[in-house]
Design a protein around this ligand. Structure first.
Ligand code: SAH
Length: 355
């Protein structure tokens, strides 16, 4: 038994070595590697991931000011607390002035990237473009990231031409049958992929990503996620544990694990050494030291909340989300202290990908 276990670990380490050398593995090898996750293989992958991250980004951690522009949503994703059919969800939409106020506050705190995220259809394309133009002219040295879901190619083009730089659209799962289990019938894997392709072709810096431990997810599916990331080669990749929300059909499913999320963060860093990889709020929610663990596993981005405190509890994608009661300045100070304690520091910069 012991001998078998050791062979398994040695095998996994040699796959990690190869991934660090050539940044690609076969689908089956990714699956083998994900199955071989334990404290020893995870520490081994984290050390290699740390090497690449430090070589490219040093100990700098980029900050993105997350502005949750609204909780109204026309979609009905089965995992999400602000899904359309959740009658208990409190709905709000920030005004343009409120969004600009968040930017002003964030700018003074040192943020040079603003991420506008919200439920789908919460803002019309016209309104999105107007706000992007205002942020672009008011804060010319800042990057603007949108995370507002699926639109037509023409609409994405309008957003880009208004001055948005980046777009985050998690692919959620690279397995089309699994995608369908997580989403209502009117959403499709094909359209998600179409969106990602359009965004890239238009010229956005694009982020994809997925939830770790989402209902019905298997190791084989996670292997597909890694292969997809390898092939799509996004500039950013958001991964975090699935966390159940009490008013969704997935309320009774268990949350994803910190360990698996961190292991996957390390592997993604090895697949694409210069990728911008956030240590997510969801990771900080399932473990009080989750965000630090994510950074130590190879992440180099954090996304503190810049939304007005009055609406934060209403943007409830999952239960027990952290930082919903603190002022933005307080959040940043707390995060800085946490990062300093592990040898990292936040920086005031747009934090573009280093090519
Ligand atoms: N409407 C936008 C933003 C969605 S919220 C869009 O479609 O892109 C951003 C991300 O939060 C989602 O992509 C999803 O991966 C994540 N999320 C939603 N519900 C979650 C849950 N219950 N647990 C963990 N992450 C969740």
């Amino acid at each position: 038994m012991e001998a078998e276990r050791n062979t398994g670990i040695e095998c996994a380490k040699s796959l990690i070595d190869r991934l660090a050398a050539v940044h690609t593995l076969e689908l089956e090898e990714y699956e083998q590697l994900i199955s071989a996750q334990n404290s020893e293989t995870a520490a081994y992958a984290a050390k290699k991931a740390d090497f690449f991250r430090k070589k490219i980004y040093g100990t700098d951690v980029f900050i993105r000011g997350l502005i949750e522009v609204g909780s109204c949503c026309k979609n009905d994703c089965l995992y999400c607390g602000i899904r359309n059919s959740n009658v208990n969800a409190e709905r709000y939409v920030l005004t343009e002035e409120q969004i600009l106020d968040c930017c002003r506050e964030g700018y003074a705190l040192g943020f040079r990237t603003f991420v506008l995220q919200g439920g789908e259809g919460v803002l019309t394309v016209e309104k999105i473009c107007r706000i992007v133009k205002e942020i672009r002219s008011g804060f010319p040295d800042c990057a603007i990231t949108l995370s507002l879901g699926e639109y037509s190619r023409g609409d994405y083009l309008k957003m880009f031409e208004s001055g948005a730089d980046r777009y985050l659209l998690r692919h959620e799962t690279a397995d089309s049958a699994h995608y369908q289990k997580l989403h209502p019938l009117k959403m499709s894997f094909e359209n998600r992929m179409r969106c990602l392709k359009d965004l890239k072709e238009i010229g956005f810096q694009v982020g994809c990503g997925f939830m770790v431990g989402s209902p019905m997810q298997t190791t084989a599916m996670l292997a597909k996620d890694l292969k997809f990331i390898e092939e799509f080669s996004p500039d950013m990749c958001g991964i975090g544990p699935f966390i159940p929300h009490k008013d969704t059909p997935f309320a009774k499913f268990p949350a994803g694990s910190v360990e698996q999320t961190c292991f996957l963060l390390s592997l993604i860093r090895l697949i694409k050494p210069n990728i911008l990889l956030p240590s997510t709020t969801a990771l900080g929610t399932i473990d009080p030291k989750g965000r630090e663990k994510g950074i130590l596993a190879g992440a180099n981005v954090v996304m503190p909340n810049l939304s007005p405190v009055a609406v934060r509890k209403k943007y409830s994608l999952y239960d027990n989300k952290i930082c919903t009661g603190d002022e933005s300045a307080q959040c940043l100070k707390c995060l800085n202290g946490r990062l300093n304690a592990i040898g990292f520091q936040t920086v005031t910069s747009r934090g573009d990908i280093k090519r």
